[in-house]
Design a protein around this ligand. Structure first.
Ligand code: M6R
Length: 625
């Protein structure tokens, strides 16, 4: 959360910084600000609200100068307001700082600085850094930043400018991403994400933890925390910026829901071959690698095939995809799997031994908890794999091997298309390992391959029901609570459906395994409690059991909305509303059942007048704890 960008060169920094901030807005959007230095004088503009508010402000004030910093904020310390928006400045107003992360010892540092006479003008943790730099500044900005960093605990990406050294930007990273862009003719950029700078350069350097960079038009210098120079590899960005537009849709979220036939196909394209009866995942090719514990092990697919146990680490929607992965791997491959919330795993003694392979699932590849848990798993000697959407992201770089989702940019804060891509990748891996280990015979591989290739057109069919789903949403929009129930592969879909409703409609919703209802939630059932059942036909007895759960709800006057298989007439009789989905293999049903629930949440949020793409209090990429 929070996006930072900096520019130094010969052009006017402001339009470049503003343009970059628009690309970073997914990281936070409660307030924004910009600082630039022109003729040795620093100017700062900031406001509560979105980048468009900041752009309006910039239009009124004429901000010039070829050195600039920008920030888009997701509040941690201090309410969203102009006062708390970055950049923050020191007492003299000469040092300006933008920050992504959390300074954990900020309270004690603030007391120390206040005792020394520093006056604070915000409630943020960030401001202490501007004062610390001021405290240590004796004509050398780089040195002052190093000395200030020595006192700071927590996670950060900082970028700092100083009026007394107007030809410099100094930036530092620990735990929050930072990338340096090397432009033409003495032009340098710094940003939280390469998407903010790729319009200006494809030559980038990814800063590692504990590194500090000083940018000047004459060049850049990267040092470690002890101010010792570090040689850095300059990398070339090979991906191109997706055309980020709504393509005629009213919201990115709707566009992304409707993109799923294509993105699911893209997750399989070049990987699954009907003709050759083959599955190939290039990113999982096995290589011998030295691990932290001094052992040599093979990574990639080999690490999955040999694993006695798999631990999946993720957050939010990606965690739900991981749960489906657990069901697939255990049911089909008989490999024991645990799915951990990254935020929990990183702080407990989660057991990872030499026979465990750890998979991180993440859309952004920047989620702080997931990244930290992966680092922890590596220090314990585990092979780590990343199933990530964002190319070149921290998790993609930190893991030993991995698979990209190829879903394209996801802008809507509520994850939709990347969820189905994650599930699709997990299905491909299940198929691949099943085939390699001869658990799934060739005939069955053929049948599943056929089913996978049918998914895009089946999703297409569900998308045509969007108006019917909107009508159902209209009927239920005044209810304040919803229960989502599912079993087996569709239990995680109950969780995901409830999460979608919560995050964009602000309606309280709970997901449960259907059979758990009788252990508590059933007490909530009355005519005011709609229950969404994911009740598709299954090859086992689960479907029959769910029908009994539906009856239990009906007999207590509950309202039932069912996601059912096409042609199922019984469900029509026992439910108040039904949305049908085509039939497929049991373990692939989540790829179909989630779509109506995404659309239901979308329409509900729209009917209630909410900002679907930028729901309150949320950010697309959660880069703080
Ligand atoms: O980028 P990641 O997949 O690691 O993000 C994890 C969660 O923050 C994310 O899925 C979040 O729950 C979404 N807003 C859900 O729609």
């Amino acid at each position: 959360m929070c996006g930072i960008i900096g520019y130094i060169g010969s052009k006017n920094a402001t339009p470049i910084v503003l343009e970059g901030l628009k690309k970073l807005e997914y990281r936070g959007y409660d307030s924004a600000g910009i600082a630039s230095i022109d003729k040795d004088k620093m100017s700062i503009l900031k406001c509560k609200g979105r980048i468009r508010e900041l752009s309006n402000l910039v239009k009124k004030e004429h901000l010039t100068g070829s050195v600039g910093l920008g920030h888009t904020r997701w509040a941690t310390h201090g309410e969203p307001s102009e006062r708390n928006a970055h950049p923050h400045v020191s007492c003299s107003g000469k040092v300006a700082v933008v920050h992504n992360g959390i300074i954990e010892n900020y309270a004690s540092l603030r007391t120390l600085l206040e005792d020394e006479g520093h006056k604070f003008s915000s409630d943020t943790d960030t401001e202490i850094f501007a004062h610390l730099v001021e405290k240590f500044y004796h004509g050398n900005l780089l040195k002052a930043v190093h000395e200030a960093l020595a006192l700071v605990e927590g996670a950060y990406a900082f970028a700092v400018m100083c009026e007394d050294e107007p030809d410099k930007i100094v930036a530092a990273r620990f735990g929050s991403p930072l990338v340096i862009g090397i432009g033409k003719k003495g032009e340098y950029l710094i940003a939280s994400d390469p998407i903010a700078i790729v319009a200006h350069t494809r030559q980038v350097i990814y800063l590692a933890d504990n590194e500090v960079v000083m940018l000047q038009t004459s060049g850049y210098r990267v040092t470690d925390r002890d101010n010792v120079e570090v040689e850095k590899e300059v990398e070339n960005i090979t991906w191109s910026l997706d055309k980020i537009s709504k393509d005629g849709f009213s919201h990115y979220m709707l566009k992304e829901i409707f993109e799923q036939p294509q993105t699911i196909y893209d997750a399989m394209r070049g990987r699954l071959s009907k003709e050759k009866n083959d599955i190939r995942l290039g990113g999982l090719e096995s290589h011998l690698k030295w691990l932290n514990k001094g052992e040599k092990k093979t990574t990639g697919l080999d690490a999955l095939i040999k694993a006695k146990r798999i631990v999946i680490i993720a957050c939010g929607t990606s965690w739900h995809a991981g749960l489906i992965g657990e069901y697939m791997f255990e049911n089909v491959l008989h490999i024991p799997v645990e799915v951990e919330y990254a935020s929990e795993a990183r702080y407990r003694n989660f057991i990872v031994d030499k026979d465990t392979t750890v998979i991180a699932i993440s859309q952004s590849g920047e989620t702080a908890d997931t990244l930290a848990a992966i680092k922890e798993a590596k220090t314990r000697g585990a092979i780590t794999l990343g199933f990530v959407n964002t190319v070149g992201s921290s998790i993609a770089r930190e893991t030993h091997a991995g698979v990209y989702l190829h879903a394209g940019s996801e802008i809507g804060v509520a994850s939709t298309k990347t969820f189905t891509s994650q599930v699709c990748i997990l299905a491909l891996i299940t198929l691949l390992i099943g085939k390699k280990k001869r658990i799934i015979d060739d005939k069955r591989v053929n049948t599943i391959t056929e089913a996978l290739f049918n998914i895009p057109q089946q999703v297409e069919k569900i998308l045509k029901k969007t108006n019917d789903i909107r009508e159902i949403a209209k009927r239920y929009m005044d209810f304040n609570n919803f229960l989502y129930l599912g079993r087996g592969y569709n239990f995680p879909i109950a969780l995901e459906g409830a999460l979608k409703l919560k995050e964009i409609s602000y309606i309280h919703a709970e997901g449960y395994p259907a059979a758990e209802m009788k252990h508590g939630p059933i007490a909530l059932i009355d005519k005011n409690m709609p229950v969404v059942f994911i009740a598709t036909d299954t090859e086992d007895q689960i479907y029959q059991k769910i029908i009994s759960n539906i009856q239990e709800v009906k007999s207590r006057e509950g309202q039932v909305i069912a996601i059912a298989s096409e042609g199922n007439e019984l469900i029509e009789k026992v439910s108040d509303a039904v949305i049908t989905v085509p039939k497929t293999e049991d373990f692939l049903t989540p790829l179909l059942t989630v779509t109506p629930l995404q659309l239901f949440a979308y329409h509900m949020a729209l009917l209630k007048g909410h900002d679907v793409d930028k729901p309150r209090n949320l950010a697309k990429s959660v880069t703080v704890e």
